[in-house]
Design a protein around this ligand. Structure first.
Ligand code: ADP
Length: 360
């Protein structure tokens, strides 16, 4: 500790006032803390203490603080990034699975990690919820299928009775007209029931495909010929573009129904003077079948639902149909190990792409 001694009329003393100052001392590295005060007539006492120890101590603290800060910021960043990644990977897993489920893969489940943290608990709850939803949907489908199965026989008998009545009466009488209408309605209901059962059979894997070598190009030419009168009546042109040698191992009748449903929809939902195209492309192991149209198209929300049983977009309700054609097409294509993709723009048109493996 250093001390400095007194003097007279020192600046900083006003009257009898005692003052405490921090001063820079010429020729010294460190400042000094000085107290001055009058001790008698014209006498002032000035005592000072160097702040060297304090300043050295504060310098060390500051240095330590800066070093700690320099180490903490990057390592804190790394640890933070790692922890955020760990937490987000679980969220990403959930988002990814939820996306696939939204696209229709209801059998998907989130992988539950071993940590048992909040994300794992959320994944577990999510899976439990999916189990319940899947059980409910399977239950509903089974009920529809059983109902369809049980209704088929009585409906067949009602139809047979109506047909007998129709043949035994004059078509112009009231009885004849009613019998004709009843037969028509029975046919419509039986078609719905049979299609529902065909879908159920294909989806459950119970459908036995009658596999043969199917020439897809020939199948499409036949389908285009079959629909030509409908197309002509609407002034819609059907463009067909087929490469040679598009043979796949498949079930002819089921593939015919897939193409017929897609072509029927393309013509149904395209206004007069529009255009419908069918193209086949050889993609090596797979064959790509595209049915596109310049029709009314669909919104993204409608697109996400068109493969559901009985779903019909609002704008299509003026057209004949039961909302089962695409469900049937998808079930048959999947039974062949294939897939169907759709792109559509409202008021512009739709494009259905069927991918089928050559091996069937
Ligand atoms: P539907 O018997 O009603 O045609 P589908 O299962 O074949 O039943 O199709 C389901 C719904 O998808 C249709 O009602 C229609 O709203 C929509 N849709 C299918 N194909 C097309 C298309 N090519 N253009 C516009 N909408 C379509």
């Amino acid at each position: 500790m250093e001390r400095t001694g007194g003097g007279q009329h020192t600046p900083g003393i006003v009257g009898d006032e005692v003052r405490l100052n921090t001063l820079s001392v010429p020729g010294r590295d460190h400042k000094a803390r000085v107290i001055r005060g009058p001790i008698g007539l014209n006498l002032t006492l000035e005592i000072g203490e160097s702040l060297a120890d304090d300043e050295i101590f504060l310098g060390k603290v500051l240095k330590g603080f800066v070093v700690t800060l320099l180490v903490m910021i990057p390592s804190g960043g790394v640890v933070g990034w790692f922890m955020a990644r760990r937490a987000l990977s679980g969220v990403q897993r959930l988002t990814h699975t939820a996306g696939r489920i939204a696209a229709g893969a209801l059998e998907q489940r989130v992988i539950v990690g071993p940590r048992g943290d909040e994300i794992d608990q959320l994944a577990q709850t999510f899976n439990t919820m999916l189990d319940r939803i899947e059980a409910l949907i399977i239950g509903m489908r089974e009920m529809t299928d059983n109902l369809a199965h049980d209704l088929r026989s009585p409906l067949g008998r009602i139809r047979a009775s109506a047909e007998t009545l129709m043949h035994g009466s004059d078509a112009h009488t009231e009885v004849g007209t009613l019998a004709l209408e009843t037969t028509g309605e029975c046919d419509r209901l039986l078609e719905i029931i049979n299609t529902t059962l065909d879908i159920a059979e294909a989806e459950s894997g119970a459908a036995r495909l009658n596999l043969t070598a199917v020439d897809l190009a020939a199948l499409i030419v036949d389908a285009a010929d079959l629909f030509q009168p409908v197309a002509e009546s609407k002034h819609v042109c059907i463009d067909v573009d087929l490469p040679p040698d598009c043979i796949i191992n498949g079930d002819l009748q089921r593939l015919q129904r897939v193409v017929a449903n897609l072509l029927d929809n393309a013509l149904k939902y395209t206004a007069p003077d529009g255009r419908v195209g069918i193209h086949l492309t050889d993609r090596g192991e797979r064959i790509e079948l595209v049915v596109e149209d310049s029709g009314i198209g669909m919104s993204a929300e409608e697109l996400s639902r068109i493969f559901e049983r009985f779903y019909r977009c609002d704008r299509s309700r003026t057209q004949a149909g039961n909302g089962l054609g695409l469900s049937l097409a998808l079930a048959f294509v999947r039974a062949h190990g294939g897939e169907i993709k759709v792109e559509s723009t409202p008021e512009t048109g739709s494009r259905f792409t069927v991918l089928l493996g050559r091996a069937g």
